[in-house]
Design a protein around this ligand. Structure first.
Ligand code: NAD
Ligand code: TYD
Length: 349
């Protein structure tokens, strides 16, 4: 059954939100989409260029914490899908304030507007990081939340508000918790696009600690298909884990990226670890699989496609690696890379 109705998609100019909006307009003739996005450093109008003339789509620049604007827009739609967030763990460690404002307060503003407007559905896009570090096995949706970074704590807080709005007000809420996404249009601060674009310029790849942390990589188009399925068929009040089923260490993944690009292993630099770095994430996706969802590509296929996209689209990422990005890069990596080059960080077995 195709999606229909009028959707307010917050954070739709970001990496996953824009991929979802493009996918939804491609696959569902009867859907109308309003994107609300603040256009922070991570929001990029270029991600929505291919649909900007679609009469079913419109863009509003604004902040999800703006109650008047959100309430006005909520009155024009029947469903909110909330992608808007501050999303990078390292930035949350450096400066948590914006994470609390957008991911917690912003979520509350959206929920309140959805409740007052009597919406049909509210879908919160969340993350497996809310479960915290998982030494063994895989997290299920009913597990306790043990977030450990300001980012994951802000996302967990948002999830708790969503659940409260279901229990207290009967708002038909849904939550998806996805594992690490990758694909075209991902801002080059996250591991995969950072390492692809650095390697293309023969710049070092700063791998935190021993590089043996484990993540479960999910191709963004597969994630977006799961989001549509949950919106269509999910049971109100429920949460759905969405994992790629591709667990791998950061070091192994980095080697795959280098081999895809034909670049040498000598670009890898082991640098000082991220504080509070979660060693492993793993989620059980049986619930969303029971709705009929499966990832459509292997990690290797999707990574090859992603690498190919960055190789072919320097006009998308080169302008991003300037200005504020370079200041951030220096703060985040300058001293670490210098220490690594001086030999004070060694690879631990
Ligand atoms: P992103 O950083 O690429 O995009 C976030 C978007 O939200 C940007 O367009 C930004 O301008 C917008 N935004 C930020 N603050 C806003 C505000 N106050 N008001 C309106 N818009 C605002 O993030 P992403 O990787 O696309 O992630 C999207 C969602 O998916 C987030 O909620 C994130 O927590 C979640 N998620 C991400 C991953 C991942 O691996 N990237 C995995 C699981 C879940
Ligand atoms: P990231 O893309 O920031 O996602 P998250 O922290 O949300 O999982 O990082 C993925 C993994 O890669 C994580 O274990 C941290 C590690 N990492 C590095 O080793 N070096 C880097 O420069 C970055 C950005 C991440």
């Amino acid at each position: 059954m195709p999606l229909s109705g009028r959707l307010l998609v917050t954070g739709g100019a970001g990496f996953i939100g824009s991929t979802w909006v493009r996918q939804v307009l491609r696959n569902n003739p009867d859907v109308r989409v309003t994107v609300l996005d603040k256009l922070t450093y991570a929001g990029n109008p270029a991600n929505l260029r291919e649909i900007e003339d679609d009469p079913r789509y419109r863009f509003v620049k604004g902040d999800i914490t703006d109650r008047d604007l959100v309430s006005e827009l909520a009155g024009e739609v029947d469903t909110i899908v909330n992608f808007a967030a501050e999303s990078h763990v390292d930035r949350s460690i450096e400066e948590p304030d914006a994470f609390i404002r957008t991911d917690v307060l912003g979520t509350h503003v959206l929920l309140e507007a959805a409740r007052r407007a009597g919406h049909r559905r509210y879908l919160q896009i969340s993350t497996d990081e809310v479960y915290g570090d998982v030494a063994h096995g895989a997290s299920v949706e009913t597990d306790p939340l043990r977030p450990r970074s300001p980012y994951s704590a802000s996302k967990a807080s948002g999830d708790l508000l969503v659940s409260a709005y279901f229990t207290t007000y009967g708002l038909a809420t849904l939550i998806t918790r996805a594992s690490n996404n990758f694909g075209p249009h991902q801002y080059p601060e996250k591991l995969i696009p950072l390492f692809i674009t650095n390697a293309l310029d023969d710049e070092p790849l700063p791998l935190y600690g021993d590089g043996r942390q484990v993540r479960d990589w999910l191709y963004v188009e597969d994630h977006c298909a799961a989001i549509s399925l949950v919106l269509e068929r999910g049971e109100p009040g429920s949460t759905y884990n969405v994992g790629g089923g591709s667990q791998i260490t950061n070091l192994e993944l980095t080697e795959m990226v280098l081999s895809e690009l034909g670049k040498p292993r000598s670009l890898i630099r082991h640098v000082e670890d991220r504080p509070g770095h979660d060693r492993r994430y793993a989620i059980d996706s049986s619930r969303v699989r029971a709705l009929g969802w499966r990832p459509q590509r292997t990690l290797r296929e999707a990574l090859a496609e992603t690498v190919g996209w960055y190789v072919e689209h320097p006009e998308w990422w080169r302008p991003l690696k300037t200005g504020e990005y370079l200041d951030y890069y220096r703060r985040q990596y300058g001293a670490r890379l210098a220490a690594s080059d001086a030999g004070s960080v060694v690879e631990r077995a």
